[in-house]
Design a protein around this ligand. Structure first.
Ligand SMILES: Cc1cc2nc3c(=O)[nH]c(=O)nc-3n(C[C@H](O)[C@H](O)[C@H](O)COP(=O)(O)O)c2cc1C
Length: 250
């Protein structure tokens, strides 16, 4: 028999009444930001973040969200390293790498690459290493960090708060690595071969094992180039201008 419909107001401290909080199982599937950083004193770090997304694609920027660490009682190491060094690397989390991804969620004080035997590859423009076996990595420079606090107009929102403040780390993607074995004969990224994993709610995950296509309808007087850009057909920017920009920021 179907359960009753539910409505509740989390800002007023109300809950769903269900045995497990369903909130994280609604905004799904969430791709995983498997983020590598290096501390100022040279210790590498690797951790998964399912509050992760691209922000823009022209030019490319991405974000991940680090909550307060319940075990260490402070910001995540990843966020602290981003504040200190302004650099991070995103690595694609795939079905083949799922155990390694999950292991690096451990709130250890060690370098997770070494603790879990994950092979490092050098980055070209930033200090944090890449995950050598990941099909795609982005080298990033921090654009900004925005704190979402558990206060609303200066007052703490109804609790109890397990996690509290969250930091949105936005990064400019300054270098992109793609392994050739994941590029199809017609030049597309082979998403079914890579099989990226995504986080659902509870302990549930999924991975990409099917794809379908649709074309966004366009206005009769819309230039064809607009639809082409949305479908990813136009290369980003002017490489020479970008090189100059890179020199300015390195
Ligand atoms: C699949 C997965 C997704 C996660 N997503 C997040 C997230 O979005 N934000 C967050 O703060 N912690 C998230 N965690 C927990 C962190 O990865 C974990 O606390 C980790 O130890 C943080 O590492 P760090 O302190 O080295 O940065 C996730 C864990 C897993 C396994």
């Amino acid at each position: 028999m179907a359960q009753q419909d539910i409505f509740y107001r989390p800002m007023k401290g109300e809950t769903s009444g269900l045995p497990h909080d369903p909130f994280k199982s609604f905004v799904i599937p969430r791709p995983i930001g498997w983020i590598s950083t290096t501390s100022q004193d040279g210790k590498d770090n690797l951790a998964p973040f399912s509050q992760f997304m691209n922000v823009s694609f022209d030019p490319p920027t991405i974000l991940f969200v680090g909550h307060q660490d319940l075990y260490k009682k402070r910001s995540r190491d990843t966020v602290m390293n981003c504040i200190e060094t302004n650099e991070f690397v995103w690595n694609m989390a795939t079905y083949d790498l799922r155990d390694a991804v999950n292991n690096t969620g451990k709130e250890t004080w060690e370098d997770e690459f070494e603790e879990f035997n994950i092979k490092k590859a050098l980055s070209r423009l930033v200090r944090p290493p890449r995950v050598a076996d990941s099909p795609v990595s982005f080298e990033c420079r921090v654009h900004s960090i925005v704190r979402v606090s558990n206060e609303y107009h200066g007052k703490a929102t109804a609790g109890p708060h397990m996690v509290g403040n969250s930091d949105i780390v936005i990064g400019r993607v300054i270098g992109i690595h793609v392994k050739g074995e994941y590029i199809t004969g017609d030049g597309l990224f082979d998403v079914l071969k890579a099989a990226p994993i995504a986080r659902l709610g509870y302990r549930q995950y999924s991975y990409i094992n099917n794809v379908f296509e649709m074309t966004i309808p366009s206005m009769p007087d819309e230039p064809k180039e607009v639809a082409a850009v949305l479908a990813g057909a136009v290369p980003y920017g002017d490489p020479e201008a970008e090189e100059e920009e890179e020199e300015k920021t390195t």
